[in-house]
Design a protein around this ligand. Structure first.
Ligand code: ADP
Length: 537
């Protein structure tokens, strides 16, 4: 081939490749083995303000940096990676560069891949860099990060708000429940007693709702260890039947219970299991206008150590559409929102039921047909209860046992609480059990009383005005030590739910912590605790 034709062909081929590179979307440039620029595509020229390839050719990184006003750090970063590729002969892909300014001074972020070019003897003779402009992506990332931080802050504020609100609701609610209990016990007419019961029931329902809301917002409850208890499933089913009875009768529904005659005594968290079943039964009743609801408990299999138990709660109610079935366990989801006013609720029940079932190692599934009814199935593998521990005496028996003890045996108690309603209820309750009660409504007054009078034990609200409960106990314990007094049992009372507070209170000197509403059951716990402390002294 003639030399001129050959030269023409080579020129054409070079032009061909140059136009491909020129039209590539990224910034493409190539250097010689000493790190000096050999060429680049149009994007590089435009972005950094070079008029021609000739102007760009033969420049060192330092020179480019000087022309484009790059920082020393940027120059070093580009140089380091490029020289590494030339030296090692290994490609470096997808490196995020520090931001660099274009000819208008606007900062651009590049994602760069650098590859070595070899001659026929495998010697590196050049390096090609391809940089993709990722400025928009970085902006979006920043926006997303900010939005995430904002959402997290808002979520924290919401949780804090719910906690505070539930605390503020709990204190007056404790008063209402306590007073209604007094009314149930003391009222002479049947009607007044009934009103007391209704107020008490409504109060307890509100309390239950508050507890659910707290359970959903608190996340520390998950790690909590709950001791296993002995569960007689047959007895539990009967208790549930008794609890559901009034509402089932009021709605003229049929309630069937079918229990496997071989049900063993198992070991698990009793209250949690009962709440799961109660929740499902309450839903069954709520969403059923006529027909029946049923509770079926089956023993599926039995080994030496475990029992597999199946529970089914079925109703002939409104049912759930197939496309909604997988949403009903979501937080706050309701098939019929409250503006439709037919069914009340908060969409929390099933969310908590599922979490609680899983925390007991079980599984929950649902099948349903719109207009026909629903069936919630639970599957548990329970450990068999090892020893049939003695059943604890029932609550009412314990209460009557208290009343036998004469006043003089009970001693005196200091109760410090700033809410007059709660103070009144606690005082009345303690007095009816034979205690002499001294009250204080501020921390300072409580501290003075503790230092000047003698008590068998004390109960301090944590949220007292002036000196709060924490400060009061700290000062009192210090005073006790300085004056070599024996340690008086002091219990904390709080409207804050959650178990974290318990360990904190114990650390600063409280014997135990009780949540509002303070009930006779709590007094039993205190008395048991005091009896045990005496035994160990
Ligand atoms: P809610 O407090 O609204 O009842 P849940 O979490 O217990 O909250 O239930 C979520 C939703 O699932 C309910 O609002 C209801 O639409 C539907 N649902 C639950 N149980 C039943 C049932 N037995 N029959 C029909 N729909 C039900």
């Amino acid at each position: 081939m003639k030399k001129s034709i050959m030269e023409q062909r080579i020129k054409e081929t070079a032009q061909y490749y140059e136009s491909i590179i020129d039209n590539m979307p990224g910034h493409v440039y190539w250097l010689d083995e000493h790190g000096f620029t050999l060429g680049c595509n149009q994007n590089v020229l435009t972005t950094f303000g070079f008029k021609s390839i000739a102007e760009f050719k033969g420049l060192s990184f330092e020179k480019i940096g000087e022309i484009c006003k790059w920082s020393l750090e940027t120059i070093q970063s580009f140089k380091k990676d490029s020289f590494e590729v030339i030296r090692t002969g290994r490609a470096k892909l997808n490196v995020e560069e520090p931001p660099i300014a274009n000819q208008e001074g606007k900062l651009i972020y590049f994602l760069t891949s650098r590859v070595p070019i070899f001659d026929v003897n495998s010697k590196v003779i050049s390096m090609v860099g391809i940089s993709i402009d990722i400025t928009e992506r970085k902006k979006l990332e920043k926006k997303l990060r900010l939005a995430k931080a904002k959402a997290e802050t808002a979520n924290k504020a919401k949780t804090e708000f719910i906690r505070n609100m539930s605390h503020d609701l709990r204190t007056p609610l404790a008063g209402i429940i306590g007073l209604s209990n007094l009314q149930i016990n003391e009222a002479t007419s049947i009607r007044e007693k009934q009103y007391g019961r209704w107020i008490c029931n409504a109060g307890n329902q509100l309390l239950e709702l508050l507890n659910s809301v707290i359970e959903v917002t608190a996340n520390d409850h998950q790690a909590e260890y709950k001791p296993k208890e002995r569960i007689n499933l047959k007895k539990m089913a009967e208790e549930l039947q008794a609890l559901m009875y009034p509402i089932v009768v009021a709605k003229e529904l049929d309630f069937q219970i079918s229990l496997d005659s071989q049900l063993p005594i198992v070991s698990s968290e009793r209250i949690k299991l009962k709440r799961i079943l109660l929740n499902l039964l309450s839903n069954a009743v709520k969403f059923t206008k006529q027909g029946k609801i049923s509770l079926k408990i089956d023993l599926i299999s039995l080994s030496n150590t475990h029992a597999q138990i199946g529970v089914q709660i079925t109703d002939t109610g409104i049912g759930i559409a197939t496309d909604k079935l997988n949403k009903i366990f979501d937080r706050f989801y309701r098939v019929h929102p409250s503006y439709m006013a037919e069914y009340t609720g908060y969409g929390l029940g099933l969310y908590l039921v599922k979490k609680a079932t899983e925390s007991l190692g079980g599984k929950i599934t649902v099948s349903s047909e719109e207009g026909k009814g629903s069936c919630f199935s639970l599957d548990f593998k329970f450990i068999l209860s090892q020893q049939d521990s003695k059943p604890s005496p029932s609550y009412s028996k314990l209460v009557s046992a208290f009343q036998v003890i004469t006043d003089s045996q009970k001693g005196s108690v200091l109760v410090a609480e700033d809410n007059s309603l709660v103070l009144y209820v606690v005082k009345k309750m303690l007095m009816s059990l034979g205690y002499q009660v001294i009250t204080a409504s501020t921390g300072t007054a409580a501290l003075r009383a503790l230092q000047t009078q003698s008590f068998n034990w004390g109960l301090l609200d944590l949220g007292l005005p002036d000196l709060d409960g924490v400060e009061t106990i700290k000062r009192y314990r210090k005073w006790e030590q300085l004056n070599q007094k024996s340690c008086m049992p002091i219990f904390a009372l709080t409207a804050h739910a959650g178990d974290k507070i318990k360990s904190q209170c114990k650390k600063i000197g409280f014997d135990q912590v009780f949540h509002k509403p303070f009930t006779e059951k709590d007094i039993q716990i205190i008395e048991k605790y005091l009896d045990n402390s005496c035994l160990h002294e």
